[in-house]
Each structure stands twice: as structure tokens, then as C-alpha cells.
Design a protein around this ligand. Structure first.
Ligand SMILES: C[S@@+](CC[C@H](N)C(=O)[O-])C[C@H]1O[C@@H](n2cnc3c(N)ncnc32)[C@H](O)[C@@H]1O
Length: 446
């Protein structure tokens, strides 16, 4: 078994294995034990530990909180299952594969409630199982490559490390992406350096979905690597790749690297090369449909052209549904130029009217009278937007978040001005501690 570098470095400083009782699971996904040490109560975070487990772990008390390395499960808690993948403990991709599905949902709901402003914690919070397959569901993934000595190691990062972990099979990838992942090592043979590769699917019209690659490499890649990518192009395999090396700003393009997904309306949705898309097409469909439903509720009273602004719009994944809501006059704001072009193309392909604006959402001037603001920021959240909304509230805010900490922070800013109408936890990433949350807020009547 390959040992991650960081782990090897810290191994010398770990205490001999000690017995721990896991009392809860923290938002990052680790199990937590509380121990007395030198007259102090210390929290110990252990990856791969479940609530109720009694385990043996080697603990590094120098860090705060202390971190433990799971050595053995002495007696399993009720939440524990055998992981579906033998690599779950050493690969950082699926940190909750040792938990039952029910436990994953229960813990997510607890963590979501805890992140809400205190006054909202009794609000009904709904869990939505957004994907039917708990394995093979990822239609998008990022893997890391380290190449030296003629060989390339490809994999997800090891836990708390930047070392890719080589695995013979990845159980959560869509079969087309898994084929792509398995072929990557050979493509990067005799390269030097490190890189990351975004794996995505090609056009959904093909009977067997092709895949595309967006590569960022640390230094110059030898010509033979490009030649291999060229030779790998095939209708049901690699449709194309974009490769950015070192400080270069322009990618080398091989074949057609355009990523696509089945849009939430069933038609193909063009994505930005290397840009954002949810990890699962199926989960995205459910999420976007629900966003559109809630947006329609917020627009139900509208009888005339009514302003809807969507911030962090990406390639128009929600926009193609929002633009269909009766009376909605939709403006979609996005800072990635290729995503804006894709959003415009996706709207035109559907004969939908919405304005797409290339701008920074945090400083975009919102109209004075705004019925609905939809926002789906990256993990860093939208503090500046929340602060502006507090001063100049929209009637409804529909906040889609992939990070409970920044969602909690932003909702605390909004809480004096808004009340929650719906709070929903979308299980888009089974086997992981990641959660997508949808919150619909309505302004208090003044
Ligand atoms: C979580 S994604 C959501 C995209 C879209 N709603 C979807 O469902 O595909 C966040 C998007 O925000 C964009 N973004 C990041 N920072 C931004 C900013 N300051 N202003 C505008 N867009 C930004 C990213 O390029 C990305 O497309």
C-alpha cells in the first residue's frame, strides 16, 4: 500500500496507538473523539471513523485539533458499513464510504441545521436523495497526475495530501470517465511534473458518451505526449483535450474538448472548457428542476415583466429554466467568459430570451426593485452580495450553496431581513461529506 507523503512525515510524531470512542462526525467528514491529555480536553479528528465506533488510532497531539490515523476498528458503531471500495481509506475521493446512506443523510441534516442562524434552527429541513445510483454516478471529476522516471501516477489526492493515489478501479465514476481515468497514465508516460485533469463527458447525442479532458500541467510537456493525445482521439473515447502548460494562458487544443451535459430540460447543454458543472448529471437535473420550481413559486404573483437576477450563472444551467418562467425578465451574471458564451449559445439553441452579463457578481449593481435573486456561488460564498441584499433586499432570494460554512455566514447576514420559506439538503455526492443546499428566503414585510 502506498503511504501518502504527509502521513510519512507525521508518522514519527504520532503517539503509540490509543483507543478512542467516536462521539460525532465533524463538518469536514472526520469522526471526532474527546480525550483527556495533560489535564486538558482535546478533540481528536479521525478520517474514516463513524459515530459510535470504538477504534484504535495513532494520534498527533501537536496539531490543534489533534488528528488521528485510524489503525483498527475495535467495535463498529451502528452507522458503519464495509466501504464499497477497498481504497476508501487511503484515497481522498470518498471520505464517507464507511457510512450507511441513512447516516450520511442524517449527519448532513444535523450539520445543515447547525449552520443555520439560530432563530431558523427549528425550521423544517428536507433531505433530497438526488442520485439513484450511489456508485458510478460521477459524470465529472478531477484527478491529479505526478510524472517522473518515465511513469505517471494518476489518482485523487490522498487524504490531507497533494499526492495522487493510484487505484485499480474508481467505483464512483461514470463508466466513460472510468475508462478515461484508466487511460491517463499511458498518455503522460515520460512526462515530468505534476498536473490536474478535469474529466468530463462529451455530447450526449452519441450512443456511447465520449469524454473530454482539460489538463493543467506544471511545466512543459514533451511533444510525444501531445502526439499520444492525438492518437487517442476516437468517436466513443476521447473527443478532445485542452492542455495548459506552465505559465501559458492559451491552451493547446486537440480534437474538440467541449464538455457537454444533458441539460436540466433534457436538451444538450454546452459547458465551458474546464468550467463548472455539477458532479452528476442526474443530480444536477433534480437540483435545477427544484431551483426552477422554487423560483416559479417566488414569481407566482407576477403579472407583468418582472426582474430576476441570477448570479454565478455558469453556462446557464439554471438560466435555461428560469428564462421560461412566465413574466421573468432574467439577467444571468457570470465571470468566466467562456461560460458566458456557452450560456448565450444554450439560450439561443432553445430560443429563450435572457441577458447574459460578463461581470463580477460581488459588485454587480442589482436593480432597485428585484422580485427574485438566484445565486449559486463557489465555496467561498457570497458575503458581499449578502451585505448588499441586507441594505437593498430583493423580495425573494434563492441561495444554492456547496459549502455549509460560507452558507451559514451569509445567512446570518441575511437573517434580520429575511425569513426562510424552504431549506433543502440535496444529496448530490453520495459517499462524501459534500452537500448541496437550496434555501429560499422571503423578505420580511416592512
Ligand atoms: C457553483 S458554480 C454555479 C454555476 C451554475 N449555477 C451551474 O449550476 O452550473 C459557480 C459559478 O460562479 C462563477 N463565479 C465565480 N466567482 C464569480 C464572481 N466573482 N462573479 C461571477 N461569477 C463567478 C464560476 O465561474 C462558476 O461558473
Amino acid at each position: 500500500m502506498q503511504t501518502p507523503r504527509k502521513k510519512m512525515r507525521s508518522a514519527r510524531s504520532l503517539d503509540p496507538a490509543m483507543e478512542l470512542a467516536i462521539v460525532e462526525v465533524a463538518p469536514g467528514g472526520d469522526g471526532v473523539a474527546i480525550v483527556e491529555r495533560a489535564g486538558e480536553r482535546r478533540a481528536v479528528f479521525v478520517r474514516g471513523a463513524a459515530q459510535g465506533d470504538r477504534i484504535e488510532a495513532k494520534v498527533d497531539f501537536r496539531s490543534r485539533p489533534a488528528h488521528g490515523q485510524l489503525e483498527r476498528v475495535l467495535s463498529p458503531g451502528a452507522d458503519r458499513v464495509d466501504p464499497a471500495c477497498p481504497h476508501a481509506q487511503r484515497c481522498g475521493g470518498c471520505n464517507w464510504m464507511h457510512l450507511t446512506t441513512n447516516a450520511q443523510t442524517r449527519i448532513h441534516l444535523e450539520q445543515l441545521r447547525a449552520a443555520l442562524p439560530e432563530a431558523w434552527r427549528e425550521t423544517d429541513v428536507r433531505a433530497v436523495p438526488a442520485v439513484t445510483r450511489e456508485l458510478g454516478y460521477r459524470t465529472r471529476a478531477r484527478v491529479h497526475v505526478r510524472a517522473s522516471g518515465g511513469r505517471a501516477i494518476v489518482g485523487m489526492h490522498a487524504p490531507s495530501s497533494h499526492d495522487p493515489v493510484e487505484v485499480d478501479a474508481c467505483r464512483v465514476l461514470h463508466p466513460s470517465l472510468e475508462r478515461a481515468r484508466l487511460g491517463l497514465g499511458a498518455l503522460f508516460e515520460r512526462a515530468h511534473g505534476t498536473g490536474e485533469v478535469e474529466l468530463a463527458l462529451g455530447h450526449p447525442a452519441a450512443s456511447e458518451r465520449p469524454h473530454v479532458l482539460a489538463v493543467r500541467w506544471s511545466s512543459v510537456l514533451p511533444p510525444e505526449v501531445y502526439a499520444r493525445f492525438e492518437r487517442a482521439l476516437s468517436p466513443a473515447g476521447l473527443a478532445g483535450a485542452s492542455i495548459v502548460c506552465g505559465e501559458a494562458t492559451r491552451p493547446a487544443i486537440i480534437g474538440d474538448p467541449t464538455p457537454w451535459m444533458r441539460g436540466p430540460d433534457g436538451s444538450p447543454l454546452r459547458l465551458a472548457v474546464g468550467g463548472f458543472a455539477q458532479a452528476s448529471e442526474e443530480g444536477n437535473h433534480k437540483l435545477a428542476q427544484r431551483v426552477a420550481e422554487l423560483a416559479s413559486e417566488a414569481m407566482a404573483a407576477a403579472t407583468d415583466r418582472t426582474n430576476v437576477v441570477e448570479l454565478y450563472a455558469g453556462a446557464g444551467n439554471f438560466t435555461v429554466l428560469l428564462a421560461r418562467i412566465p413574466h421573468a425578465q432574467t439577467v444571468a451574471v457570470e465571470s468566466n467568459a467562456d461560460a458566458c458564451r456557452a450560456a448565450q449559445e444554450n439560450l439561443s439553441a432553445r430560443s429563450l430570451a435572457a441577458k447574459v452579463v460578463l461581470a463580477d457578481a460581488s459588485s454587480y449593481a442589482l436593480p432597485k426593485s428585484l422580485q427574485l435573486l438566484v445565486l449559486d456561488p463557489p465555496r467561498t460564498g457570497a458575503r458581499a452580495v449578502a451585505e448588499r441584499l441586507r441594505a437593498q433586499p430583493a423580495r425573494f432570494v434563492l441561495y444554492v450553496s456547496c459549502d455549509l460554512a460560507t452558507l451559514g455566514r451569509d445567512l446570518a447576514i441575511l437573517a434580520p431581513v429575511y425569513r426562510p420559506r424552504a431549506i433543502e439538503a440535496f444529496e448530490l455526492f453520495p459517499q462524501t461529506s459534500h452537500l448541496e443546499t437550496v434555501v429560499l428566503l422571503e423578505r420580511h414585510r416592512s
